[in-house]
Design a protein around this ligand. Sequence first.
Ligand code: SF4
Length: 568
Amino acid sequence: MTTLNQTFTTEQKEYLAGFFAGASQRGFSPFLGKKSDGKYTADTESSSSGAEVLYGTPVDDLCKEERIKLEKNGLDAYEDILRHAESNMMPDGPDVFRFKFYGLFNVAPAQENLMLRCRIPGGIMRSHQLVGMAEMAEEWAGGYSHITTRANFQLREIQPKNAVKVLDKLVDLGLTSRGAGADNLRNITGSATSGIDPDEVYDVQPLTRAMHHLILNTREFYGLPRKFNISFDGGGAMSVCADTNDIAFYAVRVGEGKAVEPGIYFRVQLAGITGHKQFAKDCGILIKPGQCLAVAAAMIRVFIENGDRTNRKKARLKYLIDKWGDQKFVEETESKLDFDLVRMELKECDSRRSIKRHSHLGIHPQLQEGLSYVGVRVPVGKMLPEQMKSVASLAERFGSGEIRLTVWQNLLITNVRNEDVDTLVAEVEKIGFDCKADPILGGIIACTGNFGCKYASADTKSNAVELGDYLKKEVEMDLPINIHVTGCQHSCAQHYIGDIGMQSVKVKVGDESVEGYSVVIGGGVDNEQAVAKEVFKSVPFTEIKPLVAKIMNSYLSQRDAGQSFVEF
Ligand code: SF4
């Protein structure tokens, strides 16, 4: 297995250290800087006209959220969270935005309390951390947790008086929620089978963790123009949906006879934002594994300096790249690096191996002889504290105490001795989960829905479970299908990448407004990349179940030999 020491050469480590140490001399400083008189100041500079500007934008033109950040960095909101805890008052005004720097969301009116989102780099956690999360869910939250599509945990129904207890316990567990919301770098995702997949190109786990720590320790990386997602794909069997991220690093092999030495490199894709029907696109560069962090850091800084801070709707990386073109973005990135970027066409690299759908479920041999990983299905990502504790205990008894969350809203128990696999699977069933790679149930993803999110028009999680149960009875699907049920255009469940995607809407039936969905079909990721297309608009949920069954049965009866759902 690759270790961090193997990933970076001494020279590269020195480079990274110097890169950040010299940041202020190169014109970058945190939002909250220290002046020579020792007083703290916001990161503003005086323009020649005397007006204050932030990264080139006059302060008068900044949008509301930028002004809130300028007034006080959200990283300094701990005292505000303490104050609200003492009075048990929900945050309001600018505090609503600042609390998100600590991963705390005021989700009223859907729920009159706070939601906590953590950071779990690469989704990898230890059993004691899962037990700790279960205790928090039990004691200070709503008695359940949700695994998210960024391989992360969310807890809900936290009263303000308990927010500090939750934050402090996270730290005690070696976890954090720092920057899990607002305009920050979100949980870093990486291939869930890093280091254990016999067919992967590169173990990205050290990169995922190093990126996580780089963010946590770099104050200037908070308060970006907008949220920002980064993912590392090691080229193995399981998709991490990296091409839905702002920056996606894909491990590739380069063979003999090319412009570079044969070996393992990374391709860099930019500006994925599937809610806007856009996948990240390859930007034409080839980098070494040890260069990934420096390139990511330089790209983040280009975005910090040049992203739109006047219009929230145009602030994501996509819009900067739409304005500049990806090559200008790459040139600006290169200007912040002390090495040249190698340009090489994607077709010069070996193709990515095909993805094995639903390999997040069931029993799979690991790279390590005698060991397997077991994918546990967690319907729509919901876990009760007792189930969390039981999973932690099973990981201890049969594995190495490691649990890996995936972007498919489920979990893996890793390093299970082959002779214990059957017993483990039986024990998993006793706690209400299963390990079956069911072609329909194994690919159902759902966002929070109106149960806990004010943007949703329907109870997506409950509807998704009900739909899955119905389809199981009505359709004899013979290949793995992904169904993504999302509550609104923010697309947290990424409906445009599903074979079948659904976005909730309110539908008028007579005088009544009922829960319904618009339906898209034909989406996929990675080497099945496709944006699903709308086929039905505003259908009441009561009619959705037979409709989706009909779509699936039409595929089964009319497909050509070997034709996938994406191609249908
Ligand atoms: Fe809420 Fe919309 Fe995200 Fe669903 S997709 S959790 S409704 S913001």
